[in-house]
Every structure is written in structure tokens, then in C-alpha cells.
Design a protein around this ligand. Sequence first.
Ligand code: GLN
Length: 217
Amino acid sequence: MKGAVMVEKVQPAGVLPGEGLTVGVLALQGGVREHALMLESLGAQVRWVRTGEQLEGLDALVLPGGESSTIDRLTRIFGVREPLIEAISSGMPTLGTCAGLIMLSKRIEDPAPGQQSLGVLDVSVGRNAFGSQVDSAEVRLPWLTPAGDEVVIDTAFIRAPIVTGTDEGVQVTARHEGKIVGVRSGNLIGISFHPEVTGDTTVHEELLALAREVKGK
Ligand code: GLN
């Protein structure tokens, strides 16, 4: 499903946006499969990532939703925390969704006891900002593309965080109920919601376009 307003694509006709790209999905906990299926449907090769070695040679990375405090703990148990920080800080195009956004952030306002983030995206976040699991909702939102167009995307909010503060260089790409739920900064895209659940490929295609740009350099 695409957004209501179509953005002009730079891809030649017949070529899928992910073709020739290998994208990792951090596969410690959470909604890994949905991202993998969406990326594959866009032509990318997908690698499930649990170790630092599996980060090598990737063109892009997705940190999925799930439970951020659990994902955080597992990154340390699996020894992949430092390699993740290193890879993302070195410019790997990375999309963090929901718990993945929390993982990317510089500061968590209300962490679980002992919870750390990777600290690579210059934002602070608040967890569970729209209520609990029972308050989950499907929402259509305007999304600001890198070209400055606004497209409508179909999303799902599941115990979603919000961005409570942004530093310089962080662009707000989406708001819900007045709260920041989407950001972009350099090689990073962070979203509070789950387009992989509704099947809207807009944000994943943006990640793949970014990966293609970085690979072409
Ligand atoms: N509330 C969860 C957390 O704090 C995130 C929920 C999600 O990823 N769907 O990690």
C-alpha cells in the first residue's frame, strides 16, 4: 500500500528499490519478520543480525520494534552493542522503529532500571507515550519526504514512544496528536510507529534510497 500522494521515484521502471542491496535486521527480539518480509518484497537481500560480524558488508540496517529494555539487554549479552554503535556512527543508513527509535536515541526520559540506548541519534524520547497495548491504533499521517514533499502514510501505533526533544540537525518528519513521531538526521531515520504492520513501504523505500546513495559514493 502506498501513501495517497505519490512521490516521483528515481528508480528506473521495473527495478525494485532494494535490488542489489543487503539490509540487516537486528534480530534479538521483536518484530523482525515483518521488516524482513517488507524489505524482501522491495527487492533487498535481508540478513538477520545477532553478532558484530553479521553487520559487516551491510548497506543498511533496521532496528525493529519490540521491548527496548529487552533489546538493550540482549545487545550486551550478544556482544553486539559496541559493533552497532560503531557501524551506525560510521554512517550505516539505519531505520529504527518504535523500540528501535528508543535504541537509537541519545536520551531516554523514562528508562527501565538499568536501560541504556545506543546514543547515536540526537533526540530524547519518552516511552509508551500514547498509552498501553490496548490503546494501539492504526493511523494515517503526513510524512515529510527528503525532497520536502508531504505524503500520507498508513501506520500502526503499538505502545509507541514520542520524541520529546531534538538537537540541531534533526528534521521532524511526522507528528501525531501534536507530538513528534518521526525524525531524520543524516544516515538515521527514527519512527515511533510500525509501517511494516500496515504494509506501507514509504519509509523503508526511503531507507533503501539512502543506502543506494551511500553505496554509490
Ligand atoms: N514500549 C516499547 C518500549 O519501550 C516499544 C513498543 C514497540 O516497539 N512497539 O520498548
